[in-house]
Design a protein around this ligand. Structure first.
Ligand code: NAD
Length: 479
């Protein structure tokens, strides 16, 4: 397929970078998906300046204008889901059905926030003083820097860009280096949606140059970041002195508890889907399968069989269930973790080896290990198709293990007991819980985010996005 030429977009114009980079297809390393413009700090500063200049007029634009623009973007994403899904599958490696669904979800997110632009309201309260009115309103924050990871290259940018624009902010968007073509394709649609020049800007390049310029700029009032814990914490430190508003969505080590009373088929389905689909490259992946002793053998034997039978291959092939790992470095890390687990004494149940296919790609058989809670494979985020099973003596023990992690994004339980499901929903120390569902796979119209080392700041998505993308004003009037 043809190689795309992707430029940056700022101040309403398409611009070349200071250097050019490429992205390759992880299913076929001989295919260059895109040649893209890489900006430096100076160019990023120009984009930030353009956003700052365009900000005030956009902030006072009518909600109808913002709603129309977002609706146009959402409509086009939905209409082009197959074509853009193919691009996503080529550049990131998720399977075609997963990629198409992601593009559709991005479209739905824009449509949701088109509605939110019109619904932005406030409150009017009686004052404690006679003859005084009090109004509480929401205003845009200003210039927002949006820094995205590679694993959901349409959906994550969508759930940052859409609310930012809906509430009247101007945007500088930096996609991850592995997926520039997806970022560019989204920007190309946004560039034709009738926004004034400078309201939306795309700047591609490295985290150290482009990302850091956003973090360091006094003109950027808010940063929404999704990525690794290390980068997120560094951003928090770097912005602390200036008091920039920061929202961080970071890693996960999500537990799926399987109790002895669970529907076994359903539990195995949840485990396979949650642990291995999207090649395990989801912050919500179920990487710790905490199984009650009484069904451990039956569960493990079924899960091992299902895992071993998963079809790993080229993301565009029809029968592929698990696409390639995103790049050589991530593949290496996955393989190393399987090795470390074995050295630490975990039992290697299935998978964990590289696979040869017709094309040169980063193919890996999903790996399953029977581990102990202190093993690194059970504690550290791997971000690949590597999952471990942990034994639990009882529900109480399973809950204790589920919460025994520095992370707190999501947690699932498979059970037919209402009592345990209800208790788990209340006591899991996470931002999202799932009962008889995989931990990965969430709705776009409700809050997304976690606790502990997984998240910082207010939630993304749904109506809760207003917390981050607006600032509240309290106005007093003497009648
Ligand atoms: P990463 O931290 O390496 O990069 C994320 C983004 O930050 C990229 O655009 C990168 O270029 C940029 N960046 C790097 N250094 C920077 C700096 N100094 N200043 C500013 N920006 C900088 O993460 P990744 O490898 O792209 O993504 C994988 C990680 O993302 C995993 O840890 C995963 O759990 C996490 N993730 C979390 C969620 C969530 O919502 N919790 C969702 C998806 C992915």
């Amino acid at each position: 397929m043809a190689t795309l030429a992707c430029k940056n977009f700022f101040n309403g114009r398409w611009e070349t970078g200071v250097t050019t980079g490429i992205s390759t297809n992880p299913s076929d390393l001989d295919e260059v998906v895109a040649e893209y413009a890489r900006a430096d700090r100076n160019q990023t500063d120009l984009a930030i300046r353009a956003a700052a200049d365009a900000g005030p007029a956009w902030a006072f634009s009518t909600p109808q204008r913002r709603a129309d623009a977002l609706d146009t973007i959402g409509h086009e994403l939905l209409a082009r889901r197959d074509e853009l899904g193919t691009l996503l599958a080529r550049e990131e490696g998720k399977t075609l059905p997963e990629a198409t669904a992601e593009v559709a979800r991005a479209g739905q997110i824009f449509k949701f926030f088109a509605g939110e632009a019109l619904r932005t309201g406030g409150e009017r309260l009686a004052s404690t003083r006679v003859g005084v009115d009090v109004e509480v309103t929401r205003e845009p924050v200003g210039v927002v820097g949006l820094i995205a990871p590679w694993n959901f290259p349409f959906a994550i940018p969508a759930w940052k860009i859409a609310p930012a624009l809906a509430f009247g902010n101007s945007v500088v968007f930096k996609p991850a280096e592995l997926v520039p073509a997806c970022g560019w394709a989204l920007a190309e649609i946004i560039s034709r949606a009738g926004l004034p020049a400078g309201v939306f800007n795309l700047v591609m390049g490295s985290g150290r140059q482009v990302g850091q310029a956003l973090v360091d700029s006094p003109l950027v009032q808010a940063i929404s970041f999704t990525g690794s814990v290390g980068t997120g914490r560094q951003i928090l430190k770097d912005t602390a002195e200036r008091g920039t508003k920061v929202q961080l969505e970071m890693g996960g080590k999500n537990p799926l508890v399987v109790l002895a009373d669970a529907d076994l088929d359903q539990a195995v389905d949840c485990a396979v889907q949650g642990a291995f689909f999207s090649t395990g490259q989801r912050c919500t992946a179920s990487s710790r399968l905490i199984v009650e002793n009484r069904i451990l053998d039956r569960f493990v034997s079924r899960l091992r069989e299902r895992t071993g039978a998963l079809k790993v291959g080229h993301a565009l092939q029809r029968d592929t269930q698990i696409g390639p790992v995103v790049d050589a470095q991530q593949l290496q890390q996955n393989l190393e973790y399987v090795g470390i687990a074995r050295e630490e004494g975990a039992e290697h149940l299935v998978g964990g080896e590289t696979l040869e296919r017709a094309t040169r790609g980063h193919f890996m058989a999903p790996a399953l290990l029977l581990a102990e809670p202190q093993h690194r494979v059970a504690r550290e985020e791997i971000f690949g198709p590597v999952a471990c099973v942990l034994r639990a003596d009882s529900y109480e023990h399973a809950l204790e293990l589920a919460n025994d992690t520095p992370f707190g994004l999501c947690a699932g339980i498979c059970t037919t007991s209402l009592k345990h499901a209800t208790h788990f929903k209340r006591h899991a120390q996470v931002g999202m819980t799932m009962v008889n569902l995989p931990t990965a796979g969430v709705d776009h119209h409700v809050p997304f985010g976690g606790r502990k080392a997984s998240s910082h700041g207010s939630r993304e998505q749904g109506r809760y996005a207003a917390e981050f993308y607006t600032t509240v004003k309290t106005a007093y009037t003497q009648a």
